[in-house]
Design a protein around this ligand. Sequence first.
Ligand SMILES: Nc1nc2c(ncn2[C@@H]2O[C@H](COP(=O)(O)OP(=O)(O)OP(=O)(O)O)[C@@H](O)[C@H]2O)c(=O)[nH]1
Ligand SMILES: [Mg+2]
Ligand SMILES: [Zn+2]
Length: 333
Amino acid sequence: MNSDNEVRLLGTCLSGTGGIWSVKTDGGDRIEASLAGRLKKSGSGRRPDGSIRRDTMSAASQKLKLAVGDRVVLERDEDNGSWRINEVLPRRSKLARRAPGGGHGERVLAANVDQVLIVFAAAKPEPHPRMLDRFLVIAEANELTARIVINKVDLVGEREARERFDVYSRAGYVVHYTSVKKEIGIAELKDALAGNVSVLTGPSGVGKSSLVNGLFPGLNLRVGEISESVNKGRHTTVGALAHPLPDDQGGGFVVDTPGLREIGMWALALRELDDCFPEFRPHRGECRFQDCAHVSEPGCKIREALQKGEVAAARYDSYLKIREEISSEDPSW
Ligand SMILES: Nc1nc2c(ncn2[C@@H]2O[C@H](COP(=O)(O)OP(=O)(O)OP(=O)(O)O)[C@@H](O)[C@H]2O)c(=O)[nH]1
Ligand SMILES: [Mg+2]
Ligand SMILES: [Zn+2]
């Protein structure tokens, strides 16, 4: 290779399995790059002869800190022309779930995230509000803006869907009502995505991938198909896939993630939980006891707000359930 061609580029990680990542360079090219061995947390995943060992690749990917959305410095190997990720730039934000016990078990779903779109279906599958509340708590715990998307409104009618999820508008969230099938609410959602890095999350089968395709028909469909096969039953793969949005529509990325069946295994400090419910925030510091758990303490302003109907009973129930779960998970929290 001509040494004049030696290049150092900046890019954004779109997807990665094991040690190989697909990166969009700031110049707009899409390239495959391997992660420099020293950036992997455990082992290099390489045999002495330089070939990659499959078994250690998946082990390494579990401990990798690199995530979709990460900004990276790429360098080209002079000898064989291949690209290598040599540096990961500091993140401005991230969507992460902490494994029980905290500390080393953090799972970063995506980096440099502007907002989380929590997608549920109005029906098929039947939405579980308690689960929606958990997704919201995770977004809040990461200090990320959350939007709610209720898809498949064609199945129940928009009015019924709005009635059912009005509790979330009242809690302070923006709720989008969409149908990919009937093209309802798609334009508004598109505006919300333009220029941002947005992560779509939610249960399986609610239409996350369909929304991405419906929103940006120009996006490479083939990538979506790969996503399906990559994610199927392979929990150690980095399942998230970032799609660059068209530059003439403001740019940004939308990150499609595999559906989650349950989100129980995460931990959050108990004292942070209050802040994860936006409708509790106006009452911060107003309870009689500073360490009020809002369970049965006298002079509790949250329970007062509940009685007045300012805090919805269903949301308060979720708060209690999550609180209980956190305290039983690890007594030291
Ligand atoms: N009726 C109706 N069906 C929809 C709509 N959007 C998506 N679907 C259907 O719902 C099914 C699941 O859609 P996907 O886009 O694969 O769902 P997903 O959330 O990406 O699922 P995972 O990848 O498993 O997490 C497909 O059969 C879609 O055709 C909609 O607005 N209305
Ligand atoms: Mg999908
Ligand atoms: Zn209280």
